[in-house]
Write a protein that binds this ligand. Structure first.
Ligand SMILES: *Cc1c(COP(=O)(O)O)cnc(C)c1O
Length: 383
């Protein structure tokens, strides 16, 4: 195995020459970033109001094909807001994945709603429609009010939050159909999948609301930032209102008509986001080229490299391989990280964390199988 690991690390180093330690995902600023950020300083509009915020929202609509986009301070808060807009309340259940980044479950927990963990598909790494359907058929019923309730807990099953893992679109159309049948609101955690499409439609547009992140390690970054997209005008207006402390618009008076949040994205960050969005298509092409190189290499080595589902176009945010077992995974991680190539296992599964270990859950054997075997390898845009 050591000889193969050496071969892989040398191959990765060849893709990222002249780097001492190759990170998993580093941002790249080669466009109008400096110009736009300096603009905000010159204008003094660095905070929550400014032309770049509006432009960022317009660009998000153009890129995703969404009717509305709302800039938000980060992806986690965008998810929190999306769940509030989905009218998720205390003790409601929210169906999601155990194989996800902690932010998905934290957002559910901010409302004191209850995550329920459903398995993922091995080929998409995202929520499995078969597992979702099976769970609902065995554990839920539609009551007289027309809504879905968990038979065991009596709680309302209010929303479903699938996540497009590492930018690979999951079987989102099937999931949307199931949610529709059960009258469950669909919120997509598309934080990792900006620039990823399912059957030509951008991720985040299959349910009521889609959420994105522009954190420093994502495909493009605003330093810190998030966004929400929706085709529903009243949800978009409500989102804007709630992110602005629920302030009633008025030239001078300060009145608020709800408990609101300070969840706006500052203009300073939006300036960076605009410059980065201009390069999104180029970055995704660049990342897909790297994925092709990886694919060929790992194929020649007989190692399983994760690829997009037919009919989808992934942004290949983070490239991933699946090793034979946990021991091989540990050996791989040890070798790569001590030889200048950053490599990482997938997040600890949510149902194994102390905060979520007592949550309702379905069979999670695919999630557990993946967690033992998957590693992410360097995936930055190459200059
Ligand atoms: C990055 C990420 C988020 C939110 O991230 P922020 O760092 O708060 O912008 C949410 N969900 C997933 C799956 C993510 O990867």
């Amino acid at each position: 195995m050591q000889a193969i690991f050496k071969d892989i690390s040398e191959f990765i180093k060849k893709q990222f020459p002249e780097q001492k330690f190759i990170p998993l995902h580093a941002p790249v600023f080669i466009g109008n970033e400096r110009k736009y950020v300096m603009d905000t300083l010159d204008s003094t509009f660095v905070s929550s109001v400014g032309a770049y915020v509006d432009r960022f929202e317009e660009m998000m609509c153009e890129i995703t094909g969404s009717s509305y986009a709302v800039a938000i301070v980060n992806g986690t808060n965008a998810l929190h807001l999306a769940l509030l807009l989905a009218d998720v309340n205390r003790n409601d259940e929210v169906l999601s994945q155990s194989l996800t980044f902690i932010a998905t479950c934290n957002a559910i927990s901010y409302i004191d709603a209850k995550p329920v963990f459903i398995d993922v598909d091995k080929d998409t790494l995202g929520l499995s429609p078969d597992a979702l359907s099976k769970y609902l058929n065995q554990n839920a019923k539609i009551e007289a009010d027309g809504f879905a309730y968990n038979i065991k807990t009596d709680r309302r099953i209010k929303a479903c939050v699938p996540m497009h893992t590492f930018g690979f679109p999951c079987r989102i159309e099937e999931i949307a159909q199931i949610c529709n049948n059960w009258n469950i609101t669909l919120v997509e955690d598309a934080a990792e999948s900006l620039g990823s499409y399912y059957e030509g439609k951008h991720t985040g547009l299959f349910g009521n609301i889609g959420v994105f992140s522009f954190n420093g390690n994502k495909t493009i970054t605003s330093g810190g930032g998030g966004a929400l997209i929706t085709n529903n005008e009243s949800l978009a207006k409500k989102a804007k209102h709630l992110t602005t402390q629920a302030k009633v618009p008025h030239p001078w008076a300060f009145t608020h008509d709800n408990i609101g949040y300070n969840y706006r994205m500052p203009n300073l960050n939006a300036a960076l986001a605009c410059a980065q969005l201009e390069q999104l298509a180029k970055f995704v092409d660049n990342k897909r080229e790297l994925a092709t190189l990886y694919h060929d290499k790992f194929k020649s080595l007989g190692i399983n490299f994760c690829v997009e589902l037919p009919g989808t176009r992934a942004n290949y945010w983070l490239n991933a391989i699946l090793l034979n077992d946990k021991t091989e995974r540990e050996d791989f991680l040890t070798y790569m990280n001590s030889n200048g190539v950053m490599s990482r296992p997938v997040w600890e599964l949510m149902h194994r964390l102390p905060m979520f270990e007592n949550c309702e859950r379905a069979d999670l054997s695919n999630s557990e199988w993946i967690a033992d075997r998957l590693v992410n390898i360097p995936s930055s845009v190459r200059l």
